[in-house]
Write a protein that binds this ligand. Structure first.
Ligand SMILES: C[S@@+](CC[C@H](N)C(=O)[O-])C[C@H]1O[C@@H](n2cnc3c(N)ncnc32)[C@H](O)[C@@H]1O
Length: 220
């Protein structure tokens, strides 16, 4: 059984990976899906004040900022967020803040929309409600919430390397320096997302591409 995965180890992993993180968006077989997603998200937040959690290097931040009124991009790790901050955002509507997705502080303000890319899969099953409570406390009623994550694709996704007693699954990931890190990575289903989100969601939609899924709902 793998040791319990705390935030510390996940954050440390993404700190060390930050400079090479966006190589994941260069994989040839995923370009068609990624172009479709950029198309969807570039107009998805028309005029909204968006809270982005676990924004990382800002790959999606730049896309969302094309239509949003403003984006507050948050992450718990300085290194990826520093890369996000160094990018250019032509509309000048993006701000950055270090923040823990499980305890988003009141000082961030309140938002009409939220986005989380590739974050759901890193949330231990036993912490999903904690994350949702933290996120929803920062949002207005009726806020639009959009989440994006991976579909497991045999032969393309990193193979699974064990599970724990809560049903969380793990992958062994190799960093650029050759070291290997065990990372919690849960591949979910439409049914599970519906079940976990329906208590909070006024409208729920799920769509799956070949490599990615997108969920959207309105906060009750
Ligand atoms: C898979 S990356 C996603 C980055 C970005 N959203 C994207 O789609 O490219 C996961 C991110 O979660 C961040 N992270 C890890 N634990 C966190 C926490 N407790 N609160 C906020 N961010 C966290 C990591 O630093 C990392 O940038």
């Amino acid at each position: 059984m793998p040791p319990a995965e705390g935030d510390g180890s996940l954050v440390d992993y993404y700190r060390r990976r930050a400079a090479h993180y966006e190589a994941i968006y260069g994989r040839p077989e995923r370009q068609e899906d990624l172009a479709a997603l950029r198309g969807i998200f570039s107009g998805a937040f028309e005029d909204a004040a968006v809270l982005e959690v676990a924004a990382g290097t800002g790959y999606w931040t730049a896309v969302i900022a094309q239509s949003a009124r403003s984006v507050l991009a948050t992450d718990l790790a300085e290194e990826p967020l520093g890369i996000a901050q160094a990018k250019s955002y032509p509309r000048g509507n993006v701000a950055f803040q270090l923040a823990d997705a499980y305890s988003l502080p009141e000082s961030l303000g309140r938002f009409g929309a939220a986005f989380a890319g590739f974050w759901w899969s890193h949330v231990p099953r036993q912490r999903i409600d904690e994350f949702l409570a933290s996120l929803h406390a920062r949002l207005d009623p009726g806020a639009r919430v959009v989440m994006l994550d991976n579909v497991y694709v045999e032969g393309s996704s990193t193979p699974m390397a064990g599970a724990d007693r809560e049903g969380n699954t793990y992958q062994m990931r190799r960093l650029h320096d050759g070291s290997r890190v065990r990372v919690l990575k849960n591949f979910t289903t439409e049914e599970e997302l519906r079940e976990r989100l329906s208590p909070h969601a006024a409208r729920f939609s799920y769509r799956a591409l070949r490599y990615y899924w997108v969920v959207e709902y309105r906060l009750k």
